[in-house]
Design a protein around this ligand. Structure first.
Ligand SMILES: [Zn+2]
Length: 224
């Protein structure tokens, strides 16, 4: 899952204790940011295997730290703890808990789409994943659907601070759908593609979307 992950950040934003969108947008992709970062460092591993799933060529071979159930839970906790002192929203403990939950929500949304490559503890033999990436007719509406629900909740609970704020939901929707469309229908990596380039490209996309979150946050505010 890619842009669907942002639904969790958007749906939780109306809560008074929610951290700002730039924080939660990074949080919901923290496990993938960690994964591609660790892949660049040769600590976690993937390869390109045409037909790995119907929807993408990514064979996720070794991702015990970021994508096992225990690893994801531990990283979520660490993320919340690390941000706790810097939280501006109150109560601070709730803000940190929401940030931690955003990190964990990534794993919960990866579970239905991944083929069984998500370990329970580390690289345990028993792997989880319901494999919806082999069923685009379900995975695609699911991804777009959860994003739309998240956006709708955020838009309903906020109002524009300025003219840009009126258009921001549409700008956000267009940009996220464009990136998702590129991911689905753009050129797919082949076994010859440089993996570091793929990892960098993914990290760049997450960075770009975090910048979008800064503008979303600046142009709309929670309704009184
Ligand atoms: Zn992931």
């Amino acid at each position: 899952m890619f842009v669907g992950h942002y639904a969790a950040a958007l749906a939780l934003r109306p809560l008074k204790a929610s951290p700002s969108l730039p924080v939660t947008f990074v949080a919901v992709q923290a496990l993938d940011i960690g994964f591609f970062g660790l892949a660049l460092a040769d600590i976690e591993r993937y390869s390109i295997e045409p037909g790995a799933t119907v929807m993408n060529n990514l064979a996720l071979e070794y991702l015990p730290y970021t994508h096992s159930l225990a690893g994801a839970a531990a990283l979520s906790l660490l993320f919340g703890l690390a941000l706790y002192p810097f939280m501006r929203a109150r109560p601070r403990i709730m803000a940190a808990a929401i940030a931690a939950f955003c990190v964990f929500s990534h794993w919960l949304l990866d579970l239905p789409v991944h083929r069984p490559d998500l370990g329970i503890i580390g690289d345990s033999d028993h792997k989880l994943g319901f494999g919806l990436w082999n069923h685009p007719e379900i995975a695609m509406p699911l991804e777009v659907g959860v994003l739309l629900i998240g956006l709708f909740i955020w838009v309903s609970a906020t109002r524009a601070k300025n003219t840009a704020g009126k258009y921001m939901p549409w700008i956000a929707l267009a940009l996220l759908l464009a990136l998702q469309a590129f991911n689905w229908f753009g050129p797919q990596p082949t076994p010859e593609t440089n993996l570091d380039e793929i990892s960098m490209q993914a990290l760049l996309a997450y960075g770009l979307i975090a910048v979008l979150a800064i503008f979303m946050e600046r142009t709309r505010e929670r309704k009184a």
